[in-house]
Design a protein around this ligand. Structure first.
Ligand code: GAP
Length: 438
């Protein structure tokens, strides 16, 4: 990989718009407050990020099960979890330019980054980040509901249901992927911090005496996941939280951090939540949320280790890490060197020319690949430009049907990174690609 450009962030944001990964939301109306829509290519990649997480956290484990809990939730959940009182950021207003900021994210807490004036901030006040709404037609206090600010609570309140139906015993986990909403004071850096985003969270319930061991296990396991999917080791680190950084529920947290263009920042938090959540929900709901071990006769409240990642934020990190530019025959080639599991399309089928003779065979090849791989098909423009487009989408393999193909029943397979080409019989194509995309 060549040196990444200084304005990497701008180039990736441009690529996302130009190629259909991510669009500013409601763009034809001037956009809507740092919200984003995932386009035809982006939706595919985001799905792949979530699938890769699900595969590693649920599919490859027999002690983890998944759920999909409701986004709309009653105040009782957030009262018990502590979010109604503690899920807040310090907000300051600049008296001069009227802009608002999150105090703990300012470079200098006395200088307004918008107008540059010193000493113009109001006293900080705690601003709760939850989106409040009403369920049903009457907008009174009894109808108040919240959009969940994290997926985690859906798993704690279903602890008993899952325990009773899944026949699991600690250590066991509940996993969930889905949307969360936070009324962030300063959404920023493209999809890094937005008000609507997707999370991938695991609540791992363990015997209290084993909590520290499992916390250390999950820190390493999660770091490994990012490296396996292509984040270079030197762009990733585990950073334990200082005591004054810990969330209200945590007795120990480490962040998996990525070296973003603006510096090290969080991709995922791995927290040792102790028995905070199950005890709080048991107290507020009156339900017993504990585990009874029939073999030993022991009854206890499991402790929880929580690896909590952002799907949208992680997708952005994968894009930044994969972006590359190189000189090829006097031209700049932009290529996304994405891990094949994350690539939006695995294969693109390209007839060398649009002439009638090649298209039927190309379509036949496409139809034979589609049941196995997510494929693109493109017959417009020169073959060189079509390769460049697929490079920018991160497509690992291009399959070209040429005039010789009609004779030898073989196609040219071009690999994205090294741009090497191989002639492969059509009959062997699925197996050839499967070996390389497994
Ligand atoms: N249940 C614990 C929890 O939610 P968190 O550190 O607040 O912990 C977990 O969130 C992950 O969710 C973060 O590491 C980040 O990747 C993602 N995330 C949080 N807020 C976000 C936002 N406003 N925009 C995008 N992703 C966000």
């Amino acid at each position: 990989m060549s040196q990444q450009p200084a304005d990497l962030m701008e180039r990736v944001v441009n690529l996302c718009k130009r190629r259909g990964f991510i669009f500013p939301s409601a763009e034809i109306y001037g956009g809507f407050r740092s919200t984003y829509d995932y386009g035809p290519i982006g939706v595919q990649m985001l799905r792949n990020v979530k699938d890769a997480w699900w595969r590693s956290m649920v599919q490859l484990r027999d002690e983890v099960v998944g759920i999909d809990a409701a986004i709309l939730s009653p105040p009782a959940i957030w009262e018990a979890s502590g979010h109604l009182t503690s899920f807040a950021d310090p907000l300051v207003d600049c008296r001069e330019c009227k802009e608002r900021f999150r105090l703990d994210k300012l470079d200098d807490p006395d200088v307004c980054p918008s107008c540059g004036k010193r000493g113009t901030f109001t006293e900080p006040r705690q601003f709760n980040l939850m989106f409040k709404t009403h369920a049903g037609p009457v907008e009174n206090e009894g109808a108040v509901a919240y959009l969940r600010p994290e997926t985690a609570q859906g798993m704690f309140v279903n602890f008993k249901n899952v325990l009773e139906t899944s026949r699991k015993r600690p250590p066991f986990g509940i996993a969930q992927v889905g949307k969360s909403f936070r009324n962030e004071i300063t959404p920023q850096n493209f999809v890094f911090r937005t008000r609507e985003f997707e999370q991938m969270e695991l609540e791992y319930f363990v015997p209290p005496a084993d909590a520290l061991r499992w916390y250390e296990y999950w820190c390493e396991e999660r770091r490994r996941w990012y490296v396996e999917l292509g984040i270079p080791e030197d762009k990733l680190r585990l950073r334990p939280h200082e005591p004054d950084e810990l969330s209200h529920y945590s007795s120990g947290t480490s962040d998996v951090e990525f070296l973003f263009p603006w510096g090290w920042d969080e991709l995922e938090g791995i927290a040792n939540r102790g028995d905070y959540d199950l005890t709080a929900h048991a107290r507020h709901s009156g339900e017993k949320l504990e585990y009874f071990d029939q073999a030993t006769g022991e009854r206890y409240v499991p402790h929880v280790i929580e690896p909590a990642a952002g799907a949208t934020r992680t997708m952005m990190a994968f894009l930044l890490a994969a972006y590359d530019e190189e000189e090829v025959r006097g031209e700049t080639r932009v290529v996304l060197r994405l891990h094949h599991r994350l690539a939006p399309y695995k294969v693109a089928v390209l007839p060398l020319s649009k002439k009638d003779t090649l298209v039927p065979m190309a379509r036949e090849v496409l139809a034979s690949l589609q049941p196995h791989f997510m494929c693109d098909y493109d017959e417009t423009q020169s073959i060189g430009r079509r390769y460049r487009r697929q490079d920018e989408l991160g497509t690992p393999y291009c399959v070209t049907v040429d005039f010789e193909s009609l004779e030898d029943k073989a196609v040219t397979v071009r690999e994205r990174d090294a741009m090497t080409q191989a002639r492969v019989p059509v009959d062997d194509l699925v197996g050839y690609l499967r070996d390389r995309l497994a």
